[in-house]
Design a protein around this ligand. Structure first.
Ligand code: ZN
Length: 145
C-alpha cells in the first residue's frame, strides 16, 4: 500500500452546462483553476453516456455507449497530474427509467443534461500518473516530490 498525506485546499460548488461533455468540463475547470490534486463528486442527469470497462486480461478499456437519458446517481473520483496536465479519474453510476443501475469508468462523450458538482482541492506532495507495468493502467506513481 502507498499513501500520501494531503491537506484540504480550495473548495468549489457549481453547475455543469447543458450539453457539455462531463469529463472534459471537469478537466477544463481543473486546468483553468490549476488544481493539481483533488476530489470530485457530481450528481444530475445525462442525455447519454459513454463509460469504460477495463478488460484485465487484454489490458484495455472496452467502451460502452449508453444511448438513453439517465440520472447521475453518483459520480465520484479524483484529480491528479498526467503529462503535466490536470486529469480527472471519475466513475459514474447511472439510473435508467426503470430504476436500474449501470455505469463504469467515465469517458468522453457523456453529455450533461443538468449537473451539480463539488470539487475539493487537495494540497501536499505532487500526485502524478504514470504507466504501471503490472496493470497496464496510468496509476499514481509512488513517491513523488
Ligand atoms: Zn477508472
Amino acid at each position: 500500500m502507498w499513501a500520501r498525506q494531503a491537506e484540504p485546499g480550495r473548495l468549489w460548488i457549481g453547475r455543469l452546462d447543458f450539453r457539455s461533455d462531463l469529463l472534459s468540463s471537469i478537466e477544463e475547470f481543473a486546468a483553468r483553476e490549476k488544481i493539481e490534486a483533488g476530489r470530485v463528486e457530481a450528481i444530475g442527469a445525462v442525455e447519454k453516456a459513454v463509460v469504460g470497462y477495463y478488460h484485465q486480461q487484454k489490458r484495455e478499456y472496452l467502451s460502452i455507449e449508453i444511448n438513453e437519458n439517465l440520472e447521475i446517481l453518483s459520480c465520484l473520483g479524483n484529480l491528479s497530474l498526467r503529462d503535466g496536465q490536470p486529469a480527472a479519474h471519475l466513475h459514474i453510476l447511472l439510473g435508467d427509467r426503470r430504476g436500474s443501475a449501470k455505469g463504469g469508468h467515465l469517458q468522453r462523450g457523456t453529455l450533461v443534461f443538468a449537473g451539480e458538482f463539488v470539487i475539493q482541492e487537495l494540497k501536499g506532495p505532487e500526485l502524478v500518473r504514470g504507466f504501471d507495468g503490472e496493470t497496464g493502467l496510468p496509476l499514481w506513481e509512488k513517491g513523488g516530490k
